[in-house]
Design a protein around this ligand. Structure first.
Ligand code: F6R
Length: 607
């Protein structure tokens, strides 16, 4: 979950590296650093600083225009606290070699002991520093940085993306990857290496994907990829379809707000090409057995909530039983899976370590695998039998918003497609659902056009100590999502409950004035009355109820947030939007860093 970038070419490297790091800062922001090759055989220029990237930038201010290759890193601390010493790059004792790393080197203590016994002096508490010393030893023997990298990768255990530079090869950057992401940007007479394409999309749209256990050597004019035995391999090339503008804030105060407002377009992009006059299209599922006896959805965090919501649609429409499990739990148990189980993983980044490991676990057990993902070329879709991309565009804010809505929609498209193929829904039913889905972009737009009173109301709750979220049926996972967003952004106690569970314990939390956000189902739902009773139960104990409901629903609450009417199963794509705005506004009101909340990183590529 760190951000990694490298540049080699005719332009000043510092500028390109810092620009890339700004785009990758969402991946980690505890500390940052750069290493630049100034002249052949001389010590590298290295600068690193604890704290956000601008601490480092202030220190560097337009230095070292002369360096034409360099690497940079933005860190999310795992081994060793966020200090200047622990920030990357880590350097060899002669100062000529620098390494940056994303991931965890599991055998670093062993390596460190051996390296110290051979006289290497360590300056940090990190696992990464062992790699720098080990690589420098191997480079001394071979004089070839890529060969040295291949050798040491065979000695490393764990997950890593590594980039290294050595001043004896001033134009060269060497990278390696195992279970962590690394892509190459191919420009005209210049190359980039980065954790993801957002680091270089303003310079090139041509990219190469690196496979597992591969080493890449780039100079301004060449890219050579090999496996760990030194065998040259042909990397897969792809074109980046994201627009550089899409990764910038575009006039919004925060990326999160921009991404909330991008949701109508994101949903519309997810739905593009999915419907024909005669039904639903999902070519990606052609190779998948849609008559699977069972579907198991695996994901983490917000993506897990998308899975919980999708379960209702898959079971109701396609009549296939669905279980939804946290990927981080699944991978550590002994599940019973067979080849008639379809495992669906959901991931915005496509790199979440727990989800990736759960996918591998499921594959080993013989299940078919499908992923729902936003990031083209990332590891999870690459390792799945089939993939449906969500097309949400780059999501930079750490808190996931448009990725979630598009995951829900993509999964519901999959549910409709399975129903069509299994003939569990009639053509008429599918067309009605299609029309309802196609209305969602405009309906989300409508919510966003009338969001000001909600923002003002939210500020009134800024000193609350706890907020509870209540829902039933698909409103329950929506409530879980509302609570997760508030925790991660506003640092407040927040919990989501199923309405029916209130009296089994959680109602004891209600005190005079406790804000309770209740998600009301459409009035036609069989649980509408039940939710109304839940509101009365918490009101009777002093709760301050904020109800989210459609225009046809009458409700007795202190504040009512209206959303357009839709099919009950599609409602979370609308009811979650005010919850996102509530969490956003609360974080702003409490003076928190909205796009980079404390202790979090965008993509969790460590266990
Ligand atoms: C919360 C959030 C996280 C992610 C989770 C999975 O706002 O963003 O809970 O949903 O870390 O990430 P992906 O979808 O990249 O696998």
């Amino acid at each position: 979950m760190c951000g990694i970038v490298g540049y080699t070419g005719p332009n000043p490297a510092l500028q390109k590296v810092l620009e890339g790091l700004k785009r990758l800062e969402y991946r980690g922001y505890d500390s940052a650093g750069v290493a630049l090759t100034l002249s052949k055989g001389q010590p590298l220029f290295v600068a690193k600083k604890a704290g956000k990237l601008n601490n480092l930038e202030n220190e560097l201010a337009a230095k070292h225009e002369s360096a034409h290759s360099g690497i940079g890193h933005t860190r999310w601390a795992t081994h060793g606290g966020p200090t200047d010493e622990n920030a990357h790059p880590h350097i060899s004792n002669d100062g000529k070699l620098a390494v940056i790393h994303n991931g965890i080197i599991e055998n670093y203590l062993e390596l460190r002991k051996e390296l110290e016994s051979r006289g290497h002096k360590f300056a940090s508490e990190t696992d990464t520093e062992s790699v720098a010393h080990l690589l420098s030893e191997h480079f001394k023997n071979t004089g070839d940085l890529a060969a040295a990298m291949r050798e040491i990768c065979q000695k490393l255990r764990g997950s890593f993306t590594l980039l290294a530079v050595h001043s004896d090869a001033p134009e060269t950057i060497v990278g390696a990857r195992r279970n962590s992401p690394l892509v190459v940007g191919v420009g005209a007479g210049e190359h980039f290496l980065a954790s993801d394409v957002s680091a270089f999309i303003s310079h090139t749209k041509q990219a190469l994907e690196l496979g597992q256990d591969q080493v890449v050597e780039v100079t301004p004019d060449a890219v050579v990829v090999t496996d760990l035995t030194g065998q040259v391999v042909q990397p897969k090339s792809f074109e980046i379809t994201w627009d550089a503008k899409a990764a910038e804030r575009g006039g919004f105060t925060h990326f999160m707000l921009k991404e909330i407002f991008e949701q109508p377009k994101a949903i519309s992009d997810t739905l593009t090409g999915r419907f024909t006059e005669s039904g639903v299209k999902c070519e990606e599922l052609k190779s998948i057995n849609l008559n699977a006896k069972r579907i198991l959805i695996l994901a983490c965090g917000t993506a897990y909530h998308a899975g919980l919501i999708a379960k209702y649609a898959i079971e109701e429409w396609a009549k296939t039983p669905v279980d939804v499990e946290l990927a981080s739990e699944f991978r550590y148990r002994k599940p019973v899976l067979t080849n008639d189980t379809l495992v669906i993983t959901i991931s915005q980044s496509g790199e979440t370590m727990d989800t990736l490991m759960a996918l591998r676990h499921a594959k080993e057990l013989g299940a078919q695998t499908l992923s729902v993902c936003n990031t083209i070329g990332s590891t999870i879709p690459r390792e799945s039998d089939a993939v449906v991309y969500t097309h949400a565009g780059p999501e930079i804010a750490v808190a996931s918003t448009k990725a979630l809505l598009t995951q829900i929609i993509a999964l519901q498209v999959i549910a409709l497609y399975i129903s069509q193929e299994k003939k569990t829904l009639s053509t008429h039913e599918i067309s009605k659902l299609r029309d309802a889905m196609l209305s969602l972009p405009n309906q989300v737009e409508e919510i966003l056009e009338t969001v000001e009173p909600l923002r003002e109301m939210t500020r009134g709750f800024k000193d609350s100590t706890s907020v509870l979220f209540l829902g039933r049926h698909v409103g329950f996972p929506a409530a879980l999502e509302g609570a997760l967003k508030l925790k991660e952004l506003a640092y407040m106690h927040a919990e989501g409950f199923a309405g029916g569970e209130l009296k089994h314990g959680p109602i004891a939390l209600i005190e005079a004035g406790t804000p309770v956000i209740a998600i009301m189902p459409p009035v036609t739902s069989e649980i509408s009355e039940k939710m109304r009773s839940n509101i009365q139960e918490v009101k009777a104990r002093g709760a301050n109820v904020i109800a989210i409901c459609d225009a046809n629903t009458e409700v007795d609450a202190s504040h009512v947030i209206r959303i357009p009417s839709t099919h009950e199963l599609l409602q979370p794509a609308l009811s979650i939007v005010p919850l996102q705005v509530f969490a956003y506004e609360m974080a702003v009101a409490r003076g928190n860093d909205v796009d980079q909340p404390r202790n979090l990183a965008k993509s969790v590529t460590v266990e």
